[in-house]
Ligand binder design. Sequence first.
Ligand SMILES: [Zn+2]
Ligand SMILES: [Zn+2]
Length: 140
Amino acid sequence: MERSDKFDEWAILELMGHRRLAGKVTEASILGGALLRIDIPGKDGNFESTQFYGPQAIYCLTPTTEPIARAVAAQSHPEPISRWELPQLQQANVRRCRVCGCTEDNACMTPDGPCCWAEEDLCSSCAAEMELIGDDNDED
Ligand SMILES: [Zn+2]
Ligand SMILES: [Zn+2]
């Protein structure tokens, strides 16, 4: 950094593909090509990773103050891929009542409160109704 007119600021960096990073942004030049260098602070306040991006990858660069850049960096910390995939997997395998379609997170109300599971795929509310319909086989 011998020249003072080079970019050297805390900034929020938005990349093509909706990735957002924040950190200390400086200009860099590798093999004669201009690149943007971003040093990303980790949770402990020290720089955790350094990445380089070409100008064509950058969607938006917003200079900001160090506290804001650090706050954004903490928020937009890249999550492991499994954390993104997990909710979708759970959605596909969610336990659901075969009669009314209620789920663990969306239970139906019974006079005794939210329903629970009477069988693997049958909630207590529907089980109670079934018992009312065929009330001559009282198993209790
Ligand atoms: Zn049900
Ligand atoms: Zn239910």
